[in-house]
Ligand binder design. Structure first.
Ligand code: ATP
Ligand code: MG
Length: 299
């Protein structure tokens, strides 16, 4: 089959197990509803609209990835969902209730390592539990369960600076999930990791997601990562930021690395590439300043 023959079917036309999975997801309650969201920065006169008319609904235990060009407002969107920033218009409902400020019902994992450096691994995971007023012994027992879930039981007494990048992010995931959030919000959590650790972390995350009642909103620049992880992929465009397309991922679960060369995976990547990759005409409009006369032209 040639690349041009790769077509991304509507989910209803996909293999029966995939179509059935999407039907099951659609029957689950909506956890997060974003309606007509708008965000603009700046005072009157110099207003910069980051995005407008952004609407999406995420069902319980759905795994959503958001991709889009740098600056289209992905981080701003999830900062608003997290309650760390305010929208300029529109509405966000979590479990039917309007979001106003941060809360333990939303867990966050960012690209930068955000563990408390002065606390051990176990104390980092206990932190939110203690904030909820749980007794030391209860918080400790629960933290240990979460550390076992992310495979870090042996490291509970180490400090963050004694861990690798991947281990730090596993602690961050354990810490976020320990609060039992309704939704786990992740902003390029694996972007700083080397390729191999990143692949391991993606597989870990799918394993963890299978075991917990968590809905995941995950931002990434990596199209393979989105195709490997997501149920649905939200493609954003820029100037101003907006949702361009919702794509139902046709790759069956459970996911494996063998699927990276399957026709469904390649069809999905092709569609994503069409959105993300700049049109050659747009690139050719850039001013060209030539700093070589070596004569041997590069293509
Ligand atoms: N506090 C702020 N004040 C003014 N402008 C801001 C602020 N935060 C973000 N912006 C602007 O909003 C736009 C979107 O930024 P955002 O960080 O959400 O993009 P992004 O899609 O996450 O990009 P990237 O893929 O590079 O992480 C950018 O143009 C940025 O300059
Ligand atoms: Mg960002």
């Amino acid at each position: 089959m040639s690349l041009s023959e790769l077509k991304l079917p509507d989910y209803r036309e996909q293999a029966p197990p995939v179509a059935a999975r999407f039907q099951r997801i659609r029957q689950r309650p909506v956890i997060l509803s974003v309606q007509n969201l708008r965000k603009a920065f700046g005072a009157n006169g110099s207003t910069q609209v980051v995005f407008d008319h952004v609407s999406l609904e995420i069902h319980r235990r759905e795994f959503i990835c958001v991709v889009g060009p740098s600056g289209c407002g992905k981080s701003t969107l999830i900062r608003i969902v997290a309650g760390l920033d305010e929208a300029s218009g529109g509405e966000i409902l979590l479990d039917g209730k309007a979001v106003a400020g941060p809360g333990p019902d939303r867990g966050m994992v960012f690209q930068g390592y955000t563990l408390f450096p002065w606390l051990t691994v176990k104390r980092n995971v206990m932190f939110g539990l203690k904030m909820q007023g749980k007794a030391d012994s209860t918080a400790e027992a629960e933290a240990r369960e979460w550390l076992e879930m992310v495979g870090l039981s042996k490291f509970e007494n180490l400090y963050p600076h004694e861990l690798s990048g991947g281990m730090k992010q596993r602690v961050a995931i354990a810490r976020a999930l320990a609060n039992n959030p309704r939704i786990l919000i992740m902003d390029e959590p694996f972007a700083a990791l080397d390729a191999q650790t990143r692949c391991q972390m993606q597989a870990y995350l799918l394993q963890i997601w299978k075991k917990v009642d968590a809905t995941i909103l995950f931002i990434t620049h990596d199209l393979d990562e989105a195709a490997y992880l997501a149920d649905r992929i939200v493609v954003m465009g820029s100037n101003p930021g907006r949702v361009v397309e919702f794509i139902e991922n046709p790759v069956p679960r459970p996911r494996t690395s063998d699927q990276f060369i399957s026709p469904e995976f390649l069809a999905l990547k092709k569609r994503l590439e069409e959105h993300i990759h700049p049109r050659i005409e747009a690139v050719e409009k850039l001013p060209m300043i030539k700093l070589t006369d070596a004569g041997d032209e590069v293509e």
